[in-house]
Design a protein around this ligand. Sequence first.
Ligand code: FAD
Ligand code: NAP
Length: 519
Amino acid sequence: MLTIFNKRAIVRLVFCAGTGSRFGSTYKRNHNYDYDLIVIGGGSGGLACAKEAIQHGAKVACLDYVTPTPLGTKWGIGGTCVNVGCIPKKLMHQAALLGEGLHEATAYGWDIPNKEQIKPDWNKLVESVQNHIKSVNWVTRVDLRDKHVEYVNGLGSFKDAHTVVATLKNKSEKILTADKIVIAVGGRPNYPDIPGAIEHGITSDDIFSLDRAPGKTLVVGAGYIGLECAGFLKGLGYDATVMVRSIVLRGFDQQMATIVSDAMVERGINFLHKCIPKSVEKQADGKLLVKWLNTEANTEHSDVYDTVLWAIGRKGLVEDLKLENAGVVFKGTKIEVSEAEGTNVSNIFAVGDVIYGKPELTPVAIHAGRLLARRLFGGSTQTMDYVDVATTVFSPLEYACVGLSEEDAIKKMGGEENIEVYHGFYKPTEFFIPQKSVRYCYLKAVAERSGDQKVLGLHYVGPVAGEVIQGFAVALKAGLTIKTLFNTVGIHPTTAEEFTRLNITKRSGLDPTPASCCS
Ligand code: FAD
Ligand code: NAP
């Protein structure tokens, strides 16, 4: 196996030797390794980096391997986002929103007989979601083949700083060498260290392909994943409870986080505040008995659930990499990188969720991977800007933001007196007929107080939050001021236009509730 692989590699090396001329690139090879680049990890960051490097004439191998979850769930190429993250999450969120829409449709004149009997079919939903994922996996593999990226379905580890061992499914090994190596192994969910956690709990790695309806579910963790999963589960008709250890959405603007969780409570999602799980036991009837501690009251509680989902954060996947063989330094489960995504070893780089202290988001991994490849093989000097990255929490009423939270703006500007917050509740036109609650439709612009008032952060809770904030993120990056925002004519009737209609400051103490839709 080894010999065949190396022979193939030599043939390819001869074919590609000299100038990396594919796509007219000017990249000049000056080494004798099998590849110019090995990427370990075929997810958002790794694939973007590999494909971009090919465009510049590099010879690239990309390793990807998924270790099954304790429940045995596994998936194909493409990484977290495609298989067990953004994509299945958004599809299930959409399924939940459609359920809401069906119930609203009657108010808009749709005649839906037996509305009360409308129920989701979990297995059908999972099948549709998984079919879509499999089609994306297939397209990804074809794309890699067409672009001549050598895909290796093996678990990568370092032998030395230029040599990677790929352990294949049948336990045989392939040895690959490269001038440069990019680590893009992403992360996997944490499990708490309590009895029954691994045996009886599941994570986001399992939920999107679960072969039974989840039923009454306890979601432990109140970050993005906890809120999103609890949100779509409730939307699909399952009883959902979020267990919060300290605060909801740590790191986000806390006024907005409270609005998001209040909106979830209004939809019937339960919250257990200041609680930590102690144990999970499987009862004779197959249900799960969960015991927990309320850390504020110091009281013990228990309840029975059909499913327990851990959403307590994720760890970087450094443990299989044998980084010590290459001399790469790591911090906990993450790798600290320079501004140019370099590790402490000069030919080894890292991008995506595995790097320390940067947003764990797909577009971040993709952009960083692409820019890295351009610098390594295309003569570019542009580095990744990790500041002011917009994001959305796909909670039932979505929350999107870009820039600083109000708390961080106060810190950065040296006090409340140096910032101005324009805010308002609003009423989406489409909410009126079905009489949907508008109680939590709220937005705010956090700005400097002086001059043209540079906008520091924009926050929006409401429908299609990501679509609303994306364009404003461009404006904020371009130096948006309150003056420009207020000189912008809105598009009516939309919810995005509400940003151009903001006129009440928090400081004024005036009521930010609108009288009507068009006032
Ligand atoms: P990954 O996409 O995780 O890819 C790493 C790949 O490397 C994986 O396939 C892994 O199996 C493989 N691998 C690991 N170790 C090895 C090894 N030693 N050898 C070979 N292969 C290896 N982000 C958003 O922007 N929007 C969202 O809506 C969103 N929703 C999310 C929802 C959930 C439930 C989760 C879990 C995440 C979500 N994210 C979202 C985050 C997003 O998925 C990640 O930020 C993104 O996938 C990171 O990309 P990556 O390339 O760093 O890692
Ligand atoms: P997270 O945002 O770090 O949240 C983890 C949550 O679990 C926090 O509420 C934390 O509470 C709690 N927690 C941690 N350890 C715990 C324990 N032992 N017991 C009980 N609770 C515990 O992690 P995540 O929600 O798993 O998401 C991971 C990353 O994926 C995010 O950072 C995000 O970048 C990415 N993601 C993005 C999207 C999106 O873009 N829409 C969606 C999903 C995920 P404390 O606050 O007390 O620490």
